[in-house]
Design a protein around this ligand. Structure first.
Ligand code: GLC
Length: 740
C-alpha cells in the first residue's frame, strides 16, 4: 500500500512540476514580447465602481489604459456582465493579456457567512473550509478570480475594529484556520470553481499601537516569529497564491517597503512563488509615513522590497519606467514581479479562455443555490457562544406561550451581515437576510405569541421606547433582548476607544430586568465588547457576533435547542478597556497574582479584578461534559519522541451536544520565559446523552518548540504541565511530563 501511495505522490509531483514548467515557458516567451510599459501595466491595479474599499482616486482613462495594456488587474468589479466588459477591453490590447479580477470576498459573496471572528468561535475547521469553498464557488461564478482573504492577523486588542476579520488572539487556532480558509478558497486552483487566496496583512497589522487602525507596530523579531508570522506560514503551506502587505510600519519601516518581511522571509526563507499585492494605496502612503519624499521614491522602495502589484497608488504606473531608465531599478526586478503575476494568470487558465469565469448561467445557478444558505445557517449556529445560562432558562420550550423580543437589532436585516459583506448592486437585504425576528417567527408554532418592541436605538440617549418595551415584557413568559454595536462600528478604520455597548442599551436591559421576567440577551458585535452590568445580572447571554444571511434562523435554532451551542471564544473579553491588552497566553511575571482579587505587590490593577470578563476558549452548552481517564503514553520523552494523550469525555447532561476539548501546555522553564498556558491542540467531539468517547492527541517536538533569542525554533529540556479543558480557565484534568 505504502509503495502505491509513494508512486502516486511521485506521479502527482511530476505532473505538477511539468505543468509549472510549461507555464514558465509560456511566461518567458510572453515576457520577451512585452514593452517596459506593458510590463509595468501588469503591476498596476485599479478599482472598479462597485464598492469603495479605500480612498478612491478617480481615473477617467481606465478603459483606455486597459486597451493599452497599462492595467493588469481590477478590484471591486462585480458580476459576469461587468467583468466581461472589462475583459473585452483587455482583449483589444496588443498582447491580449487578460485582467485579474480581485474582490474582498471575506465571509461570503452573495450568501454571507458569519464574520470570520464568529466563524473562528466555531473552532470547526471543516465548516470554515466549506464556508470559504462556497464563497469561492459564488465569487468565481461572478467573474472573480481572486479574493483578498483570508485575513490572518493575530490581534490581542478588541479596540481594533479589524478583529472581526480574523481568527482572534491565538496563534495555534489562527494557524489552523488560516490553512483551512486557503484550502477552501483555492480548492484545486485553476478549476473554474476556485479563486486565488490572498493572505493578509503581511505583517503584524493586528498589533497596531492602541488598537488604532493603521498605527505603528513595534515588537521584537522574536515576538513577530512566535506570535504573528505562523498563521502566514500556515496559509503559505496551504498553497496560498498571493499575499497582501499591510498599512502599518513594523519597527519603523512600512511593511510595503519592508525587505525583511517580503524578500528575506516570504520570498527567501519561505520560498514564496506567488505575488505580493500592496494594500490600498499603501505604496503611495509611505510619503505620509515619512519614509519617502514622493511617489517616485515610494515606487523605488516598494519594488525593491518585493511589493509586486500596486493597488491604487499609481506609483508604479507613473514612476517605474523612469526609475528603470535611470538605472535605479534593475529590469530584473520588474521582470520577476511580472512573471509572478503572469504565472497566476496562466494557472487560472485565463490565457486559454479570458471569459472562463464569465458564464451568466453558472452565475445565476451558483448565486441561488439553497445548499449555500443551509451551510451558512449551520456554521452560524456553531459560531454562537453561550456565555451564561443560569437556571437553564435556555433552551426555550417550543410550547412557550408568549415571547417578547425587544431591542434595536431584532428586525434589522443588513446589520446581520457585518463588515466586509459584499454589497451586490440591487441586493434586497430584506429578502436576502433572515432577520432575528423572522428567524423566531419561522421557529415558533401558532400557539406561541410573539411581541415586539424596539426599546431604543443602538446610539443616542432617548429612552422613549422603554415604556412600550416594559409593557410587552410584562405580558411575556420570557424576554429576549437583541442589542449590540452597529455592523459598521467594527471593521476597517473602525477602532473604538470605548468598547462598551453604545447608547442606552444597558439601561434598557436593566429596565426590562426590573419586570422580574426571565431575560435572555443576545449581543451582536464584530469584537469583544464590555458589558459588565449585563454579564453580572442577566442569567442567559448568547454572543451572536454578526452571523450573515441566515442569522435569524441560526439564532432561533440555538434559542430553542435545535442546535445546542458549542462555540468557544477565540478572543479574551476584557472587564474594562483599561485592561487591554489582555490575553490568555501571557507570561507569569515575577509577581503573578494568585487570584483575581489580589492587588498587593503583585502584577494586577488596584481598581479592577485581575481576571478577564470571559476567557479565551470559554463557551457553555445546554448539556454538561465530564472529563476523565487522562492518560499519557510516557512521562519522559526525548525530542525525537512523541506522547500519546487520551482522555474520556462523557455527556452527563440532558441534551446531545458538541464539546471542543482543548489541550494546553505550559513549559515551566525556558531560555525565553514561556506563557503560563498555550493552546496546542483541540478536538470537537459530538456526544449523545450519556455517551462517552475517548479522544487522542499527540504531543510532538513541534508542540514543545519556541523561538529563542537567536530566533532558533526548537524545544528545551525540562518539565511541562499538560492541561485538558473546556476553556483556558476551565481546566478539567492535569498531568505533567519531562522533556529529556
Ligand atoms: C482595504 C483593506 C484590505 C482590502 C483592500 C481592498 O484597505 O485594508 O484588507 O483587501 O483595501 O479592498
Amino acid at each position: 500500500m505504502k509503495r502505491i501511495v509513494t508512486v502516486g505522490f511521485l506521479m502527482m509531483s511530476f505532473f505538477a512540476f511539468s505543468q509549472q514548467n510549461k507555464i514558465d515557458q509560456k511566461v518567458n516567451a510572453l515576457l520577451k514580447k512585452m514593452t517596459i510599459e506593458e510590463k509595468i501595466g501588469q503591476l498596476n491595479q485599479y478599482t472598479g465602481d462597485n464598492q469603495a474599499t479605500g480612498p478612491i482616486t478617480i481615473n477617467p482613462n481606465k478603459e483606455t489604459e486597459i486597451k493599452q495594456g497599462l492595467i493588469g488587474s481590477m478590484l471591486n468589479v462585480l458580476g459576469t456582465k461587468y467583468t466581461r466588459q472589462y475583459q473585452e477591453l483587455a482583449m483589444q490590447s496588443r498582447l491580449k493579456i487578460p485582467l485579474l479580477f480581485g474582490q474582498d470576498v471575506v465571509h461570503g459573496y452573495k450568501t454571507t457567512f458569519p464574520i470570520p471572528l464568529a466563524e473562528a468561535a466555531s473552532w470547526d475547521l471543516e465548516a470554515m473550509e466549506l464556508s470559504a469553498r462556497i464563497a469561492a464557488v459564488e465569487a468565481s461564478a461572478s467573474g472573480i478570480h481572486w479574493t483578498f482573504a483570508p485575513m490572518v492577523d493575530i490581534s490581542r486588542d478588541p479596540r481594533w475594529g479589524r478583529v472581526m476579520e480574523g481568527a482572534g488572539e491565538d496563534t495555534y487556532l489562527g494557524s489552523k484556520i488560516a490553512y483551512a480558509r486557503v484550502k477552501g478558497f483555492q480548492g484545486m486552483l485553476g478549476d473554474v470553481n476556485s479563486v486565488m487566496a490572498c493572505v493578509k496583512h503581511f505583517a503584524a497589522y493586528g498589533a497596531a499601537v492602541g488598537g488604532r487602525d493603521y498605527n505603528s507596530v513595534d515588537m521584537s523579531e522574536r515576538m513577530l516569529w512566535e506570535t504573528y508570522l505562523p498563521p502566514f506560514k500556515s496559509a503559505l503551506d496551504a498553497g496560498a497564491a498571493t499575499f497582501m502587505n499591510s498599512f502599518n510600519d513594523l519597527n519603523g519601516i512600512p511593511a510595503t517597503a519592508n525587505k525583511y518581511l517580503q524578500r528575506d522571509i516570504l520570498k527567501g526563507k519561505w520560498n514564496f512563488q506567488g505575488f505580493v499585492v500592496s494594500d490600498w494605496g499603501s505604496i503611495g502612503e509611505m510619503v505620509a509615513h515619512g519614509y519617502v519624499k514622493d511617489n517616485k521614491e515610494a515606487a523605488l522602495a516598494a519594488i525593491t522590497a518585493g511589493s509586486d502589484m500596486d493597488m491604487e497608488s499609481n506609483a508604479y504606473r507613473y514612476h517605474l519606467a523612469e526609475l528603470v531608465k535611470e538605472n535605479k531599478v534593475p529590469i530584473a526586478l520588474i521582470d520577476d514581479a511580472v512573471k509572478r503575476i503572469l504565472r497566476k494568470k496562466f494557472k487560472l487558465g485565463l490565457f486559454d479562455d479570458p471569459y472562463k469565469y464569465c458564464d451568466p448561467e453558472r452565475e445565476q445557478a451558483a448565486l441561488n443555490n439553497p445548499e449555500h444558505r443551509k451551510a451558512a445557517r449551520e456554521i452560524a449556529a456553531k459560531s454562537i457562544v453561550l456565555l451564561k445560562n443560569e437556571n437553564t432558562i435556555l433552551p426555550l420550550s417550543k410550547e412557550i406561550k408568549t415571547v417578547a423580543f425587544i431591542g434595536p437589532m431584532v428586525k434589522e436585516h443588513k446589520e446581520n451581515m457585518g463588515f466586509w459583506a459584499v454589497e451586490l448592486p440591487g441586493l434586497d437585504y430584506e429578502k436576502q437576510v433572515v432577520s432575528q425576528w423572522e428567524g423566531l417567527k419561522n421557529k415558533v408554532g401558532s400557539n406561541t405569541k410573539l411581541l415586539y418592541a424596539k426599546g431604543c436605538e443602538t446610539t443616542g440617549d432617548s429612552k422613549e421606547g422603554f415604556a412600550e418595551a416594559i409593557a410587552i415584557a410584562n405580558q411575556a413568559d420570557v424576554v429576549i433582548l437583541s442589542i449590540g454595536e452597529n455592523w459598521n462600528m467594527s471593521g476597517e478604520a473602525k477602532s473604538r476607544s470605548n468598547i462598551h455597548l453604545p447608547g442606552v442599551q444597558e439601561e434598557l436591559v436593566k429596565a426590562i430586568q426590573a419586570t422580574g421576567k426571565p431575560v435572555v440577551v443576545l449581543i451582536n458585535a464584530g469584537r469583544p465588547l464590555v458589558f459588565n452590568e449585563i454579564a453580572n445580572t442577566v442569567p442567559a447571554i448568547l454572543y451572536t457576533w454578526w452571523l450573515g444571511t441566515e442569522a435569524g434562523n441560526a439564532i432561533a435554532d440555538v434559542l430553542f435547542g435545535d442546535y445546542n451551542p458549542s462555540g468557544k471564544l477565540p478572543m479574551t473579553f476584557p472587564r474594562e478597556e483599561g485592561q487591554i491588552p489582555v490575553y490568555y497566553n501571557h507570561f507569569s511575571t515575577g509577581r503573578p497574582a494568585p487570584d483575581e482579587n489580589a492587588t498587593n505587590y503583585v502584577s494586577a490593577y488596584i481598581d479592577l479584578k485581575n481576571s478577564p470578563r470571559f476567557t479565551f476558549g470559554h463557551g457553555l452548552s445546554y448539556t454538561t461534559f465530564d472529563y476523565s481517564e487522562l492518560k499519557l503514553s510516557k512521562s519522559k520523552i526525548k525530542s525525537n519522541e512523541k506522547i500519546e494523550v487520551s482522555v474520556a469525555i462523557t455527556n452527563t447532561g440532558k441534551y446531545e451536544g458538541t464539546e471542543i476539548v482543548q489541550l494546553y501546555l505550559r513549559d515551566k522553564v525556558g531560555s525565553i520565559i514561556r506563557p503560563i498556558i498555550e493552546l496546542k491542540d483541540f478536538q470537537k467531539v459530538h456526544l449523545k446523552v450519556g455517551e462517552t468517547k475517548t479522544i487522542q492527541f499527540i504531543i510532538d517536538n513541534q508542540k514543545l518548540s519556541f523561538y529563542n533569542n537567536k530566533l532558533e525554533f526548537g524545544s528545551e529540556p525540562g518539565d511541562f504541565d499538560l492541561m485538558i479543558g473546556s476553556s483556558s480557565s476551565d481546566i478539567r484534568l492535569k498531568d505533567s511530563f519531562e522533556l529529556l
